[in-house]
Design a binder for this molecule. Structure first.
Ligand code: KG4
Ligand code: ZN
Length: 352
């Protein structure tokens, strides 16, 4: 059984074909990232316009790369939330139209759930490094993206509980904001992550927020602490505008700040993962979302968890169609309700 997955929730237009929820046959991602770089963040209107141009070529490429015609596709899965309204609309409208004209069942996919399902891909002809086996239930899902920081306990497919989440910024958002303070290039997360590898993670002591909810997170205080630390390091008071810092900090200070921030942000996540591990004793722990590519987070998790943890390829951590197609396969296999291609609407604020 083969599912075509379509993803357009932010600035990536992506499509992929996955067989039986484990075999990745193709994975095509077109990003409008370069167009956003000069603004230092995703501009929703530019992202939506780029999706319009890219969506059909990307889908066709995904079919071609998988050596599939429409006859080989059993269902279409599409991200309908959470994400940017204009971006989601393009993917959903393309999927609805194709479901009608190609006469395929349509499945509406939650993007955040999708990130976790990237870890169910264990085989591919593509040059990706994949886990050797699929996760097993009960499974603790750790979602660390630009829009979400969540801990979710899955008892089975489609049977899960949200344990906790960020009460303000997502961890990826904090990475992006720290990149701006340090003047590191867009996209910020990967720049901070790279810079951190050159620095000393114990150079500066940064705070970890204490939350009421046992499994909740907060990252906005950490981001402010990075700003205050930077202002102090350059000998200025807190009225110094953040955009002046990049010219005043030297490279070694930037590397040490990036390393100290990365270490603290990741430790905040891993502390809660350990609490949840002790309480629920999951058989697998899996991590999804853009920040899952960060080597320090991977290292900390591997060091502290008593069970082996396998990571998927970095190309499957950020937004992609493969995760949507994979979750789509489980929708088919577990006979989840299909979406009506005449009426499926986007849900920008969709929660778990
Ligand atoms: O999952 P994703 O691609 O999109 C959302 O669903 O939000 O995550 C994007 C986030 C961004 O905030 C980006 O800065 C961060 O993931 N990110 C990283 C890395 N690559 C992307 N953060 C840390 N280290 C990385 N290597
Ligand atoms: Zn995402």
């Amino acid at each position: 059984m083969r599912v075509l997955g379509i993803e357009s929730s932010c600035d990536e237009t992506a499509a992929a074909v996955v067989e039986d929820g484990r075999l990745l046959l193709s994975n095509v991602v077109a990003s409008s990232m370069d167009l956003h770089a000069k603004y230092g963040g995703v501009i929703p209107e530019i992202a939506a316009r780029s999706h319009i141009e890219a969506v059909m070529p990307v889908i066709q490429q995904a079919l071609d790369d998988a050596n599939c015609t429409w006859d080989d596709i059993d269902a279409i899965a599409v991200t309908y939330g959470a994400g940017l309204l204009g971006s989601l609309l393009i993917g959903v409208l393309a999927a609805r139209t194709l479901a009608i004209t190609k006469n395929k069942p349509l499945y509406a996919i939650n993007h955040v759930e999708g990130h976790i399902y990237a870890n169910f891909i264990t085989e591919t002809p593509l040059p990706y490094q994949l886990p050797s086996k699929q996760p097993v239930f009960p499974m603790l899902g750790v979602i660390v993206s630009g829009g979400h920081s969540q801990l979710v306990l899955w008892r089975d497919h489609f049977d899960y509980t949200l344990l906790g989440q960020t009460q303000d910024d997502a961890i990826g958002e904090a990475f992006d904001k720290v990149a701006k303070i340090l003047g590191l290039p867009y996209p910020g997360g990967i720049s901070v992550s790279r810079k951190a590898e050159e620095g000393n993670p114990t150079a500066y002591k940064l705070p970890k927020a204490k939350m009421q909810g046992k499994y909740d997170f907060s990252f906005s205080g950490l981001k402010t602490a990075v700003l205050r630390l930077s202002q102090e390091l350059v000998g200025k008071d807190y009225s110094l505008p953040s955009y002046e810092l990049q010219g005043l900090l030297n490279e070694s200070q930037k590397a040490d700040i990036a390393a100290s921030f990365t270490q603290t942000a990741n430790e905040t996540i891993v502390d809660k993962v350990m609490l949840a591990y002790e309480e629920f004793k999951p058989a697998s722990v899996v991590i999804g979302g853009g920040v899952a590519a960060d080597p320090d987070l991977r290292r900390q998790l591997a060091e502290r968890l008593p069970i082996a943890i396998e990571y998927t390829d970095r190309k499957l951590c950020g937004d992609n169609g493969a995760m949507i197609a994979t979750l789509g396969c489980y929708h088919v296999m577990h006979k989840q309700p299909t979406a009506d291609p005449m009426t499926l609407e986007v849900s920008p604020n969709l929660s778990m």
